[in-house]
Design a protein around this ligand. Structure first.
Ligand SMILES: NC(=O)c1ccc[n+]([C@@H]2O[C@H](COP(=O)([O-])OP(=O)(O)OC[C@H]3O[C@@H](n4cnc5c(N)ncnc54)[C@H](O)[C@@H]3O)[C@@H](O)[C@H]2O)c1
Length: 332
């Protein structure tokens, strides 16, 4: 017997909000009961474009909760709005699935984590780039390598987004690198202890600041994770997940970020079934399962803060030209 669909309110109907509307519509385990956006005209247009009728559209999350008595909230607003939206939902007794990054700062994320703990409700970040079958397979291969000495990601793209990204500081670290930083924690099952980062912006960069970054994280056992990236690198571009290389005691594992990962050395691990869906569909399925079973997902807010701290520590290192301990950021 299948359970009743989870009745959800989606907050945020911008570019990514539209992708979430499609994903929610395609998942029989969830049902959209309200769409909230400060810009109700944009929300109405997004709903119409996706064939959504008879669903409450409002600019007030409180009103939507009052009128629909939902089971959960999906937050697809901009990062600065995440805290207010998530805390309103948690205090109303609702579990929340929130787009990455959960907050613009570690301090803000910690406050949300505090409220999640206080209310006993699940607050989960949608780190959509964790949900790839190939990534799960890559992790299984890495587990066969024995102790890991070094992991690296090369990320070279040349996107012209326009808008806020071209004006902001530390653009590559803050807006993109969190995906790879979070993925290395997923792949190795470990968190780094320190970071050294050099940021630059080539003369031809169309970003105001930080189009390039080289970041070296160190783990407690002395092994390293190196991220070498650029967002203004026309030519031979990598995939959006970047190109990965893992060196362990018994061999290497590589992944181009899209196709099948490759193992050189030990025996291939048995195939794994992998995630339910990929990208945000995978995050949504994981969230529904966690709400229904009471299981704590890997990207629950307390655990996810470490990925945010990796970004914040890298930014601090670039600004101050020194090695930064993650504990400095986490304990601040
Ligand atoms: N997982 C991914 O690969 C991926 C890709 C793109 C964006 N994102 C993330 O998705 C989120 C949304 O990004 P976007 O590109 O859709 O932004 P956007 O600016 O296009 O849309 C955000 C929407 O939120 C609304 N909004 C802002 N504050 C609000 C509030 N307090 N209450 C209700 N509505 C509010 C805005 O009116 C706007 O319609 C961000 O956190 C972003 O980092 C993730």
């Amino acid at each position: 017997m299948s359970a009743q669909p989870l009745r959800v309110i989606q907050v945020g109907a911008g570019a990514m909000g539209r992708a979430w509307l499609r994903t929610i519509a395609e998942n029989a385990d969830v049902e959209l009961v309200a769409l909230v956006d400060l810009n109700t005209a944009a929300a109405e247009q997004a709903a119409a474009d996706h064939g959504i009728a008879n669903t409450l559209i409002t600019d007030s999350l409180e009103e939507a909760i009052e009128r629909t008595s939902p089971d959960a909230v999906v937050d697809v607003t901009v990062p600065v709005a995440h805290s207010a939206v998530n805390i309103t939902a948690l205090r109303a007794g609702l579990p929340v699935l929130c787009e990455k990054p959960i907050a613009p700062t570690v301090a803000d994320a910690r406050e949300q984590a505090r409220v999640a703990k206080q209310t006993g409700r699940l607050l989960m970040t949608s780190q959509s780039r964790r949900y790839y079958r190939a990534l799960t397979r890559f992790r299984e291969q890495i587990r066969t390598l024995g102790p890991i000495g070094a992991v690296s990601t090369r990320f070279f793209k040349a996107p012209h987004f326009g808008g806020f990204r071209e004006e902001m500081r530390h653009v590559l670290l803050v807006d993109m690198a969190i995906h790879a930083f979070d993925a290395v924690r997923y792949l190795t099952g470990r968190d780094p202890v320190s970071v050294f980062c050099v940021e630059s912006n080539p003369p031809w960069s169309w970003f105001a600041h930080g189009g390039n970054a080289v970041v070296v994280f160190e783990f407690a056992d002395g092994s390293t994770y190196t991220y070498d990236g650029s967002w203004c690198a026309p030519g031979e571009e990598t995939t959006w997940n970047g190109s990965w290389f893992v060196s362990g005691q018994h061999g290497t594992a590589t992944w181009d970020g899209e196709g099948e990962p490759e193992l050189t050395g030990p025996t291939e691990p048995a195939p794994v079934s992998g995630a339910e869906g990929e990208e945000i569909a995978g995050a949504l399925a994981d969230f529904v399962d966690a709400v229904r079973t009471g299981r704590t997902p890997d990207t629950e807010v307390h655990a996810n803060i470490v990925s945010l701290a990796m970004v914040e520590a890298a930014v601090l290192s670039a600004e101050q030209g020194r090695r930064v301990l993650l504990a400095e950021v986490l304990d601040a």
